[in-house]
Design a protein around this ligand. Sequence first.
Ligand code: HEC
Length: 135
Amino acid sequence: MRQVAAVAVFAAALIAASAAARAEGDPEAGKQVFKKCHACHNIGEGAHNSVGPVLNGVVGRKAGVYPDYHYSDANEHSGITWDVATLKKYLKDPQAVVPHTKMMFPGLPKDKDIDNVIAYLQTFGPDGKPVTPAK
Ligand code: HEC
């Protein structure tokens, strides 16, 4: 009985650890959500800046640092690092997190879509190659 309990505790710890390291979302569903972003953002190998900057490796990246993209002062000097918690707030209401940003996007109303799109973003490394998020 004690062994069963120990295994259950271990399993719970593993689940907690993986939830901390990655967004709770589903990357496949996030790919669909990303269609809304794709009007302005590219991602993947060989992606180029468009209306918005390339989003390869954006999760964990400092705001305003993608090469050769002309950011607004608001974004560039925001001092933000795009960790999962900050991205969740930003993608819900960009102007609330970065006032005067030039990202003209009203935000995603559904938390589930936000989790999913963040999980999708996490499948690309800084070079645009696929990565398996840390488990
Ligand atoms: C209408 C165009 C548009 C859409 C749609 C859009 N964005 Fe943006 N995004 C921008 C622009 C422009 C910027 C640069 C903001 C600035 O410099 O103020 C930006 C910046 C960002 C940044 C900050 C990047 C950095 O390097 O600091 C993230 C993250 C981001 N967008 C994610 C998303 C996601 C995810 C979606 C879809 C849910 C999305 N955006 C939809 C135009 C858009």
